[in-house]
Ligand binder design. Structure first.
Ligand code: ATP
Length: 281
């Protein structure tokens, strides 16, 4: 049984269909990527899974239970953790206190009666490699550290499924690599991960499965190798220009497109040249 099962989800905002009959699964102990060009519907679908957005149609199942109408809180209690693209830590608290608060919230009223050392807080801080920052205020740490703090806070509820929204945003290459290793480590320990991410090196490097959205629809599902080789995916990433013969690869998609296609793009590379090169390989 899949840990998470999204079936036939549609979301309409007035006349806009942001997500159109999308289905996907996340398997236990695996890392699943949700990718697609800007405006493809990734965030909207993610919000449906986490409970921030009610779908117009379709169902979401988690651990076999239908959670389509469940509150965010209920989902968290069932073992769904999440991080946000925008960092959400309490700035005036230390790194350690931030993780402690997340533990306290999880424990509810009971926490007020036995506030003391919580071994798990230190375990989580060590797990994400933040021991040396534990006593620093959250608003004084660099972005890379804040991302890891967010992860530790989300892990404080001991989630079966962790939903990550653009976790590499603001990280440099070395930090992204380290973050990828940490995700693999978490998956090996049994925490499933579903992430929306634009950094294709990270996605291709760590995901077991990838779902590709375009115009709200899932156009491809498969392993990183299958996704790279998929013609529909290549077209989705190449279909940005009015005239692909003369338009240079837009900077915003160059890294993403070339990583998917496995071919490098120079400043003067056109989308057609990329497509031909991808075909040749
Ligand atoms: P990006 O990669 O740029 O974050 P995305 O794949 O996450 O994009 P969404 O943010 O889900 O895409 O948007 C999908 C479509 O739905 C877009 O056309 C967007 O303008 C539209 N949309 C999203 N949220 C709303 C809303 N609250 N009201 C109206 N339209 C919306």
């Amino acid at each position: 049984m899949a840990l998470l099962e999204v079936s036939g989800v549609t979301v309409r905002f007035g006349g806009i269909t942001a997500v159109n009959d999308a289905s996907l699964v996340a398997e236990p102990g695996s890392i699943t990527g949700l990718i697609g060009p800007n405006g493809a519907g990734k965030t909207t679908l993610f919000n449906v899974i986490t409970g921030l957005q009610a779908p117009t149609a379709g169902r979401v199942r988690f651990k076999g239970a239908d959670i389509t109408g469940a509150t965010v809180d209920k989902r968290a209690k069932m073992g769904m953790g999440r991080t946000f693209q925008r960092l959400e830590a309490f700035g005036s608290l230390t790194v350690r206190e931030n993780v402690q608060v997340a533990r306290d919230i999880r424990s509810g009223a009971r926490a007020w009666f036995r506030r003391g050392a919580d071994k798990r807080v230190d375990e989580l801080i060590d797990l994400v490699g933040l021991r040396k920052y534990a006593g620093q205020r959250a608003d004084s740490v660099p972005t890379g550290v804040a991302r890891l703090l967010e992860l530790a806070r989300a892990l404080a509820i001991d989630p079966a499924l962790m939903l990550l929204d653009e976790p590499s945003s603001g990280l440099d290459e070395a930090e992204t690599d380290a973050f990828g290793s940490l995700l693999r480590d978490l998956a090996a320990r049994g925490t499933s991960i579903l992430m929306v991410e634009h950094d294709m090196d990270l996605v291709m490097g760590v995901c077991d499965y990838i779902h590709v959205l375009e115009f709200g629809q899932v156009i491809a599902t498969g392993t990183p190798a299958e996704i790279r080789a998929d013609r529909k995916v290549q077209a989705a990433y190449l279909g940005f220009a009015d005239d692909p013969d003369v338009a240079p690869v837009p900077p915003a998609i160059a890294a993403e497109a070339t990583a998917i296609l496995g071919v490098p793009a120079a400043a003067e590379t056109t989308l057609s040249m990329l497509a031909v090169e991808a075909e040749r390989r």
